[in-house]
Design a protein around this ligand. Structure first.
Ligand code: CA
Length: 240
């Protein structure tokens, strides 16, 4: 993706009305949108052409979204994938993560939210442009915490953590920059990938859930420290 060429999006969705809506609103980003109406043709397009991100419906004729995702990842394609699911319960989030989806949106979705999520995926794919991935570390460790970017899995004292995609991204971002203080606005910009004022509570609630999963006590944090009046800093206890 370059600055003067709009990013290329592949939308794999069999429901005609939703595909048309996605086409309309994602073209506005701006982006060049290609639509596939079933699993096999979506997989063929995703394999043969280069896309900057894929919006993938879970229920598709011919090949399910999960199988399509798995097939792409097993062939080494690392294109960012946003999954659409009719009900949250339809998709086992852990399974989805293992198969390599990057984010999820539940139907019915707000078009603004969908645009924002796709924009965030595009930013991520722009950052890891073809020259970068080889140099980026894939596994980071700090004290008894370990995170694997390629597998999108994390462990605390050898116990696997069950993280949402956003919690994973947050943890990865923190562990990439140990000791560095981030404001909530910076975290929104760098992890969520889109700027929106007045959503500090979004960051707070994600941080609180992530802390709970890390066993971090607010008064005696081992990993994510609050810097009053600033934001947050990651530093594993004992490594400072
Ligand atoms: Ca469908």
């Amino acid at each position: 993706m370059t600055t003067n060429t709009p990013p290329r999006l592949l939308v794999i969705e069999d429901e005609h009305d939703i595909a048309a809506l996605l086409d309309l609103h994602l073209s506005d980003l701006p982006a060049t949108v290609t639509i596939a109406r079933d699993g096999p043709s979506g997989l063929a397009l995703a394999t043969e052409q280069r896309f900057d991100a894929i919006v993938l419906d879970l229920r598709l004729p011919g090949l399910s979204g999960l199988d399509l995702c798995r097939a792409l990842r097993s062939r080494g394609h690392d294109v960012p994938i946003l999954m659409l699911t009719a009900r949250a319960a339809e998709l086992d989030r852990v399974l989805g993560l293992e198969l390599g989806a990057d984010d999820y949106v539940t139907k019915p979705f707000s078009l603004l939210e969908l645009q924002a999520r796709v924009r965030a995926l595009l930013r991520r794919s722009a950052k890891s442009s073809p020259s970068a991935p080889a140099d980026l570390p894939q596994i980071l460790a700090s004290a008894e915490l370990r995170i694997d970017r390629e597998q999108r899995r994390a462990w605390l004292a050898e116990q696997e953590l069950v993280l949402t995609p956003r919690e994973f991204d947050l943890l990865w971002h923190f562990m990439r920059h140990p000791g560095r203080a981030f404001t909530r606005a910076e975290l929104l910009e760098q992890v969520w990938g889109y700027g929106h004022d007045g959503y500090d509570h979004t960051v707070n609630s994600h941080i609180n859930r992530l802390r709970a999963k890390l066993g971090d006590d607010r008064s005696e944090a081992r990993f994510i420290h609050t810097i009053w009046g600033v934001g947050y800093r990651f530093e594993a206890a004992g490594t400072a």
